[in-house]
Ligand binder design. Structure first.
Ligand code: 0RQ
Length: 504
């Protein structure tokens, strides 16, 4: 990484990855960088996984706890999980090997709101943070760290860890310098002050991460790309979901309930969320802003086309084409993109103040509008809650989006009762499927049920849901939120027993 380490003292600490990994001991808690496949360390986790495998082969136990920003990549979560090297993992993950180990009960997983992680670490009851392994894109002559393609919890890991290992990745564009805004004004109560951010593009911190030189025990040079996964192009279902949502936004503007430039957008990860952003790009909206968590391809396209003028986030999550466009023209995007620590990008105070329009995917919703974002059939984790709760609860309007069915039509995403709750009915304004949109604002429970069944449910399941709601209305213990408890989760049970939620 010639030219990327401009500080003499830290340049002297450069070692190969396996020497750095040797500084991590069994039982350590390791705070790693990385957020939705960007800015994660590329070399030390693999070297650590090799050490762990060698120890296991020799009959010696070796596991560590891994804290990150959010999901990473096969080179981090994948290799460490495959080596059975993780005792406890937090927060959001989306790695298939990790998911399998968690659901097999072989690895503990703590799924917490992404804005809470830094505070949890500071509170101290999760225990000490022994090591930080953080990717940066460079080190200045003064020893300031130029952040990489994600910020995540790096500030907190560098502040809290006893020992710090830096990976300096020369694949990241040098033009990242100046794009980040690292806010050092956070404190624990009772010393908290208001966060003085009133527009998505505001800069309230400094462009660098700080770390005392003597805490850095190793510096490793890398030059490997981020994960750069490609999302599926929007299919007909996603395009319809996007269509309903855009039509709703236009309607709200026409009614004078939203400004013409809307309010700052937050968009979740995944194919559906990406399709919604593509829908906004051809919608005629102009001068939009984003106060979001991740800049994925759809958001990047909105910045490129000018539909979105400025976007705040904590990470990029780009496909290969968008990465090339960004690296070739980073200087052009630098003034319009701000990457912040995730405790700020997702901060409830800021989400509420700015009046964010939150748009997130879901696994399932029930007829009353409770949403499950994380668990299949009540028990099998898919990814995690991520930032969806940070945004949904505090948003001006919170949308949850999903195809109305899953797994080829045998699962209904609209069910009598959700099998796991991430977002309660109180945090859900609007549900959208390819069938239509249910605006739940101001509706009491029985009217919510009618709207959800009529507008969101798939025709294969709609009569079944209507039948359930009708019978519940007559036979339930109470008529405020009528449920038949013996039947409420029977659709999930039927799927587990017969492979379909449809009755014989
Ligand atoms: O599984 O790929 O094995 O077929 O779940 O579903 O339809 O591709 O949708 O990519 O938008 O993801 C909720 C997981 C949706 C995501 C979730 C199965 C389905 C498929 C993915 P397969 P789709 P998406 C801030 C926002 C929580 C975090 C969040 C998510 C897979 O949006 O992780 O919101 N959200 N963060 O088949 C059984 C059902 C199902 C189902 C879907 N009802 N039953 N399987 N699937 N519904 C950003 C961050 O936090 C980083």
């Amino acid at each position: 990484a010639a030219g990327r380490i401009r500080h003499a003292g830290l340049a002297r600490k450069v070692v190969p990855a396996d020497a750095a990994a040797a500084l991590i001991a069994p039982g350590d808690t390791v705070g790693m960088s990385g957020f939705t496949g960007s800015g994660y360390p590329k070399a030390v986790p693999e070297a650590l996984a090799s050490r762990i495998s060698a120890a296991h082969a020799a009959g010696t136990p070796f596991r560590v706890n891994v804290w990150t920003g959010a999901s990473t990549a096969p080179e981090l979560d994948g290799v460490l999980a495959a080596a059975d090297g993780i005792d406890l993992r937090l927060p959001y993950q989306s790695d298939p090997v990790t998911r399998r180990k968690i659901n097999a009960g072989e690895m503990d997983y703590l799924d917490v709101h992404l804005s809470h992680v830094a505070q949890l670490a500071w509170e101290g009851f999760l225990g000490p943070l022994d090591v930080a392994v953080v990717e940066v894109s460079g080190i200045t002559a003064d020893g300031d760290l130029i952040p990489s393609s994600s910020v995540g919890n790096n500030k907190t890991w560098l502040d809290r860890a006893d020992r710090v290992i830096l990976e300096v990745n020369s694949w990241q564009t040098a033009d990242l310098e100046g794009l980040h805004d690292i806010y050092y004004g956070t404190a624990l109560p009772p010393d908290r002050r208001p966060i003085q951010l009133t527009a998505p593009g505001d800069r309230i911190g400094i462009p660098y991460l700080r770390c005392p030189e003597d805490k850095v025990v190793a510096v490793v040079e890398t030059s490997s790309p981020d994960r750069n996964s490609r999302l599926a192009p929007p299919d007909e279902t996603s395009r319809r979901i996007a269509g309903h949502l855009v039509e709703f936004l236009e309607h709200e503007v026409a009614r004078g309930r939203l400004p013409e430039r809307l309010l700052p957008l937050q968009s979740g990860v995944g194919n559906v969320a990406n399709a919604v952003l593509a829908g906004l790009d051809v919608s005629g909206f102009q001068g939009l802003t984003a106060f979001t968590e991740v800049i994925q391809d759809g958001m990047f396209d909105l910045l490129t086309s000018g539909t979105v003028s400025v976007a705040s986030a904590t990470a990029f999550s780009l496909g290969p084409e968008a990465v090339v466009e960004f690296h070739d023209n980073a200087a052009r995007y630098r003034d319009r993109i701000v990457l912040r620590p995730q405790e700020i990008s997702n901060h409830p105070e800021l989400v509420r103040r700015l009046g964010v329009l939150a748009m997130n995917g879901m696994i399932e919703a029930d007829i009353y509008g409770n949403v499950n974002s994380t668990h299949l059939m009540g028990s099998r984790i898919q990814n995690g809650i991520g930032g969806s709760g940070d945004f949904a609860r505090n948003a001006y309007l919170s949308f949850f989006l999903s195809p109305s069915t899953a797994k080829g039509g045998v699962i209904s995403s609209i069910v009598p009762m959700v099998s796991h709750v991430d977002h309660t009915e109180h945090d859900v304004s609007v549900l959208v499927t390819e069938q239509g949109l249910a605006d739940l604002r101001g509706l009491p429970p029985r009217k919510r049920a009618r709207a959800v069944i009529e507008h969101c449910a798939h025709p294969d399941f709609r009569p079944l849901l209507q039948d359930y709601a009708d019978r519940a209305e007559h036979r339930a213990y109470g008529r405020h939120t009528p449920h038949l408890l013996g039947e409420a989760l029977s659709w999930h049970t039927r799927f587990l027993e017969t492979g379909t939620m449809l009755p014989p």
